[in-house]
Design a protein around this ligand. Structure first.
Ligand code: OAD
Length: 236
């Protein structure tokens, strides 16, 4: 089996990282305006506010732990590898919880919070500390040119060629913990259907794209993903 799994903020919700949107209106983007914090224009206008927002999220991430959903996906990758199959794990999440749970190949299409990028020389560097206006790029020595290595609204997601190739190779598609409201990731299920893949959604509640999935499983990711992964491994 060649499985393509797309994950979103719901996978990390039980690790305490918060989601962006939910039906109760309590998500991150209900409390903070993404146009003031997650666009290149916002960073040009008010870099300190943008850095402070991501600094707080980075500190939160450093204190968080992977949950059962991350571990189940890492176990599924190992099981598929052992039987000549493949799991392509594409995440919209900027946290490193899939890696910390043991996933070996993770494609971060929206970037990574524990990395910084120099807007001057494009170097991508590990980043665990707060990023201030006086941070110096260790590659080109420019002061104040480091930004979080994350994709903002209006920017092109990363690794899109690799992602398209993996989707074409796959025979099954799963979307896990994502509201299906941000493109291009929200469009993967339609592409998967057009390619003839079986499609499965695992989420707390029906996503915006729920009708496009052949199979729908609703519940907390830590339990629902573990049960789904167990069924796949048993059927291999
Ligand atoms: P969202 O916050 O839009 O959606 C998270 C989904 O997870 C919702 O449908 C919730 O119902 C569901 N959920 C919440 N808790 C859950 C749990 N314990 N188990 C399972 N599901 C749960 O997050 P994404 O779809 O990932 O981009 O958002 C996509 C992109 O929008 C993000 O990558 C980010 C954001 O703006 C950028 O910042 C560029």
């Amino acid at each position: 089996m060649r499985l393509f799994a797309l994950t979103g903020a719901g996978v990390s919700a039980e690790s305490g990282l918060g989601t962006f949107r939910d039906k109760k209106g309590e998500g991150i983007w209900a409390r903070f305006d993404p146009m003031k914090l997650a666009t290149p224009e916002a960073f040009a206008r008010d870099p300190e506010a943008v850095q402070a927002f991501y600094d707080a999220r980075r500190r939160n991430l450093l204190g968080a732990e992977p949950n059962g959903a991350h571990f189940a996906l890492a176990g599924l990758e190992r099981a598929l590898d052992a039987r000549g199959g493949e799991l392509t794990l594409v995440t919209q999440n900027i946290d490193d919880l899939h890696e910390r749970a043991g996933s070996r190949r993770v494609i971060h299409m929206h970037g990574e919070l524990l990395k910084a990028r120099c807007v001057r020389c494009a170097a991508v560097l590990p980043q665990r500390e707060d990023l201030g206006g006086s941070s110096r790029c260790p590659a080109c020595e420019t002061v104040g040119a480091l930004r979080p290595h994350v994709v903002w609204f209006g920017e092109v997601p990363l690794h899109m060629e690799e992602i398209s190739a993996a989707l074409v190779r796959a025979d099954r598609f799963a979307a896990i913990g994502t509201s299906g409201s941000v493109y291009p990731a929200a469009g993967f299920v339609a592409e998967a259907r057009a390619l003839g893949l079986g499609t499965c959604e695992i989420n707390l509640e029906p996503s915006d794209n729920a009708r496009l999935f052949d199979e729908r499983r609703y519940g907390k990711a830590s339990e629902a993903v573990a049960a789904w992964a167990r069924e796949i491994v048993e059927a291999l």
